[in-house]
Design a protein around this ligand. Sequence first.
Ligand SMILES: NC(=O)c1ccc[n+]([C@@H]2O[C@H](COP(=O)([O-])OP(=O)(O)OC[C@H]3O[C@@H](n4cnc5c(N)ncnc54)[C@H](OP(=O)(O)O)[C@@H]3O)[C@@H](O)[C@H]2O)c1
Length: 340
Amino acid sequence: MTQRPQSIDPADVPTRTLASGAQIPAIGLGTFGSDHVDGAQVAAAVLDAAELGYRHFDCAAVYGNESLIGDALQSVWETIAPREDFWITSKLWNDKHAAKEVISACKRSLRNLKLEHLDLYLVHWPFPNFHPPGCDIDSRSPDARPYIHAEFMETWGEMEKLLELGLARNIGTSNMTVPKLELLLRDAHVRPACNEMELHPHFQQPEFLTYLFENEIQPIGFCPLGSPGRPQRDRSEMDTSPLDDPAIRAIADEHHVHPADVCLKWAVQRGEVAVPFSVNPRHYAANLRAVVEDPLSHDEMQKIAAADRRCRLIKGQVFLWKQHQSWEDLWDENGVITPA
Ligand SMILES: NC(=O)c1ccc[n+]([C@@H]2O[C@H](COP(=O)([O-])OP(=O)(O)OC[C@H]3O[C@@H](n4cnc5c(N)ncnc54)[C@H](OP(=O)(O)O)[C@@H]3O)[C@@H](O)[C@H]2O)c1
């Protein structure tokens, strides 16, 4: 018989303090089923992970499972701990960027999640380009367009209103670049509290992290394990996996843990918040435990820093806005926003 993993005292889980003073747990459970794990399984994992000590869940409207997660959260408040002990994030999907859609989209997520407020609401992507769930790599939104700052500021203005309305306690961005954030920081009344972005040992983005820390924006790392279960549209031949990295495997052997634990220790020790996904109790229990005990040494942190491959996995091709473009165009790699 497999043994039930031991729970962790949530008070032992590290937190990060946002510019607003809010405390966000440094690890949360991701809830994107990557088009192959159904909502009921994810919702069951949310309830069970709360029992094991998780106090942070990373949700999004486009994951298509917020209603089931909302039912699980109701059970969490009734049987495990009160709402105020938890951090719940959701995200505005790309087809709801129009000013008149933002507040109603947030209210829809709140209704589905059965919450009065979100702790964090993110603009999921800086483009209004929509793709249907489960699409393939060649899918394009028919009216796809580039980043248009004036339009993004209209969306952001509505995000700011969510704070006044008490529907979100913090607002933030996701999948941004430094040039886009520069404009947002110049023009926003309220700065983003967090930026959610791909971060793992094979895609470390050290310069971007420094920029965020200097501007008091908390980085939240998605795909912290290199997303071994990601959808087909996010796979390419040049991709590498941090879980197979020799340096990480050697450190994992030293600590008698799985390489996943090493990725998460590293993420949290470098100041990130990490949101690993799992529906396997053994995995999500180990992931939580990884960040509360047996930290990496300075030398091990340095070895992982040297293992960076600058390998972006979630390239975002489906958000491109014209023919014959390369995915690099989404990421402003020349240091300026890619022209239309
Ligand atoms: N803002 C954005 O645009 C964005 C984009 C992508 C993702 N996200 C968020 O980030 C979360 C995580 O991303 P992700 O799911 O793509 O990648 P990930 O967390 O790096 O990888 C998840 C995969 O790793 C496996 N896994 C988890 N713990 C493990 C362990 N201890 N040992 C071995 N395997 C383990 C899981 O399988 P099992 O279920 O079998 O454990 C799952 O297949 C998402 O759920 C979502 O909330 C946000």
